[in-house]
Design a binder for this molecule. Structure first.
Ligand code: NI
Length: 203
């Protein structure tokens, strides 16, 4: 390899590392802006899971619609129900455009979140929320595609056997399955609806 090629390769490596570095902090830190829009396609990807009616579904089944995607678990004491409430309220606020957006809840606790458990749980929320579960392998794959961190933690204070530590972000993917925006934990329904509307208008 000559010197010029070596320099070129080094430059490419630096760009790749810098790009990854930019994407990671906002995914991992709790202090992101309310919503962020960027051209990055680092988030999202194929998944194959089972819905709350026992039907196998893939990301391709949702093409043509925007997906609002959240990873969590039904035994979550507070964060997940709050986020799902905001997500579904945001979609409902879109009025006529609500049919262009599919809210999706993917469990990171497939051990306890069976199809039946998911069915009962999602029925508590509106906007046609879909609940997806699967084998541990299915879930790990989906979570990796969305850069979701999750881990079992022992809970001393509760009667539940364990809690799940997990990333709490709401992802907006477009009708082609491409990443558009991420809403940080605690974004209210109105702000989320405004962000979704802005992205819908671009399509
Ligand atoms: Ni949670």
């Amino acid at each position: 390899m000559n010197r010029q090629n070596t320099i070129l390769l080094l430059a490419i490596a630096v760009i790749i590392i810098a790009g990854t570095g930019l994407a990671v902090p906002w995914l991992l830190s709790g202090a992101q802006p309310t919503s962020q829009s960027s051209g990055t396609a680092l988030v999202g990807g194929p998944f194959e899971l089972t819905d709350q009616n026992g039907k196998r579904v893939t990301d391709r089944d949702f093409r043509g619609k925007f997906m609002l995607v959240y990873f969590g678990y039904t035994f979550c004491p507070d964060v997940c129900p709050t986020e799902l409430q905001s997500m579904t309220a945001a979609v409902s606020e879109l009025g006529e455009d609500a049919k262009r957006v599919q809210p999706i809840f993917i469990t990171i606790d497939p051990e306890r979140d069976t199809v039946e458990q998911m069915r009962t749980y999602v029925s508590n929320f509106g906007a046609g929320l879909i609940g997806l579960t699967g084998s541990t392998e299915d879930i790990v794959k989906a979570a990796q595609a969305y850069r979701i961190y999750f881990a079992k933690v022992k809970d001393e204070s509760s009667s539940a056997e364990y809690l799940m530590d997990h990333t709490s972000l709401v992802f907006l993917m477009d009708e082609k399955g491409q990443f558009r925006r991420v809403f940080s934990y605690g974004t209210d329904a109105e702000t989320m609806a405004k962000g979704i509307r802005e992205e819908l208008e671009k399509s």
